[in-house]
Design a protein around this ligand. Structure first.
Ligand code: SF4
Ligand code: SF4
Length: 100
């Protein structure tokens, strides 16, 4: 990359086309909606790069672990006590990054 050259913005769909997911049977992240319903910031919704946290009409969170990048951001930003349970996926499963 030469000086002054920059990477252009890449569409979310284009980014997603450079990763594969070998989905494990066991969810490696779980969300406790009893805690989430009292969360005022819902930081996970804004911070997750894969947009896997979706607010529900009853004040909870709908979460799908299947396209998780395993970046750990949600665990870092979550302010709800014990709201998130976070582990890596079971061996051999999860995200695989390819060169775009
Ligand atoms: S930040 Fe934590 S407590 Fe708040 S909605 Fe997200 S997972 Fe739930
Ligand atoms: S680990 Fe990263 S990609 Fe996975 S759910 Fe949390 S913030 Fe989203």
């Amino acid at each position: 990359m030469s000086p002054g050259q920059s990477y252009g913005l890449q569409a979310f769909d284009d980014r997603m086309s450079t990763v594969d997911f070998d989905v494990a049977e066991r969810p490696h992240i779980t969300v406790d909606n009893d805690v989430c319903r009292s969360c005022r910031t819902t930081d996970c919704v804004y911070a997750c790069p894969a947009k896997l946290f979706v607010p529900t009409s009853d004040g909870g969170i709908l979460f799908n672990y299947e396209q998780c990048f395993e970046c750990g951001t949600c665990y870092q930003v979550c302010s709800g006590e014990n709201a998130l349970s976070w582990t890596y996926p079971d061996g051999g499963h999860g995200v695989a990054f390819r060169k775009g």
